[in-house]
Each structure stands twice: as C-alpha cells, then as structure tokens.
Design a protein around this ligand. Sequence first.
Ligand SMILES: Cc1cc2nc3c(=O)[nH]c(=O)nc-3n(C[C@H](O)[C@H](O)[C@H](O)COP(=O)(O)O)c2cc1C
Length: 210
Amino acid sequence: MTTPRIGIIIGSTREGRFADTPAKWLIDIANRRGDAQFELVDLRDYPMPFFEETRSPAMVPPANPAALAWGRKMAELDGYIFLTAEYNHSVTAVLKNALDYAYVEFNRKPASFLGYGGVGGARAVEQLRLILAELQVASLKFNVHINAHEFMGILMQGNTLADYPYLETAAGLMLDDLVWWANTMRAGRRAAPAEPVDHTTIARAAGAAA
Ligand SMILES: Cc1cc2nc3c(=O)[nH]c(=O)nc-3n(C[C@H](O)[C@H](O)[C@H](O)COP(=O)(O)O)c2cc1C
C-alpha cells in the first residue's frame, strides 16, 4: 500500500510573511521520514477571491477556477498540517476563505497544526478546530507552537528553529500521530466509502421524513 499524502498548508500569503520559516523547517523534518509523502501547499498558488459563489461548496462545486484547483488538491491529500499565524486572536482571513471554498474534499480526514505568534498561535489553532469540525475534519492533539520566545529569538537575534530542539521533538510527536490517523482514516474511507453526511444528505433525509 502506498504511504498517505500529507499537505502542509501555508496559511499566510502576505509579502514578507514569517510562515516560510516554519514551512521550510517542517517539510525538511517531514521529508526525513519514510512513512508519508509530504508536500507544501501554498495559498499564494490558489488566489481565490473573497467567497462569492452562489451556493455553498457543501452543495455544489465552486465555479472559480482557483477554488476548483484548491479543492482538487485538498481531495488528493489524506491529511493536513495547517501552518497558522494568529491575526487578532484568530486564523488569517485568507485561510478561513480557503476553507470556505471546499467541503467534501476535506471530509473524514485528520489535521494537525503548527501555530506561531505571541502564544504560539494557540488561539488561532483552537478557532481552527471549530471551523474544521464543520468540514468533518478530525483535529488532533499533538501540535507545534512557536511562542514569543522562539519567534522573537528568530526575528531579533538571528536564531533559527534548530536552536530550539524541543520544537523538533514536538514536530516528531505530531507527525507520528498524524500519519497514524491518516492511514487509519484512509483505510476507513476505503472500507466504507459511504456518502459522507453533508447538507444534501440531510435535506434528502428531511424530505423523506416529511
Ligand atoms: C492583522 C494582524 C493581526 C495580528 N494579531 C496577532 C494576534 O492576535 N496574536 C499574535 O500573537 N500575533 C498577532 N499578529 C502578529 C503576527 O503573529 C506576526 O505578524 C506574524 O509574523 C504573522 O504571520 P505571517 O508573517 O506568516 O503572516 C498580528 C499580525 C497582523 C498582521
């Protein structure tokens, strides 16, 4: 059986973003493993407008070509690691917008997180979990948080993430766990490829009951 495919999604697109630093660090660590195929997924490559579809992607696929490409990429993957900054105690708008543009592509897959900021992006990660619950994504316990100490050490003192070896330990735990879930949920989807419960199914069931 092939190893699962895991996408590391870069959740900031702004010029001069910090996101590139943890993205490169994490993909290098991940690529030293042989138990999954890891790839960076950069939201800059999917320039979606602020959501303007006529219906939810839970009901019909989006018309926007970048959103369609984004959905196809999410469908290819068996698990996700969301790299998230914290903007005003939440996820970046560009990441929330991207999540709004797909639905079934995410269903019944696991996600882990790498957060960064004053409190390691923890508030953004917790908000992200709530959003992902609606997309039927299983959000996992073990994550990486780059806190003010490391964040400022890198920005102000020229340190690198390698100067904080406990972060690599955290990344290892996260990847071990995520790969287990990605394998397990992929096997589950293949064994029982039942139509995921989405809004269409609910509407149909409600119609049948009426
Ligand atoms: C609009 C905005 C809001 C921010 N709000 C927070 C915040 O609530 N908490 C925090 O820890 N950092 C906050 N920051 C600082 C970011 O953590 C910092 O700018 C970081 O580099 C953003 O990630 P990026 O460079 O990959 O976009 C904010 C930055 C911006 C631009």
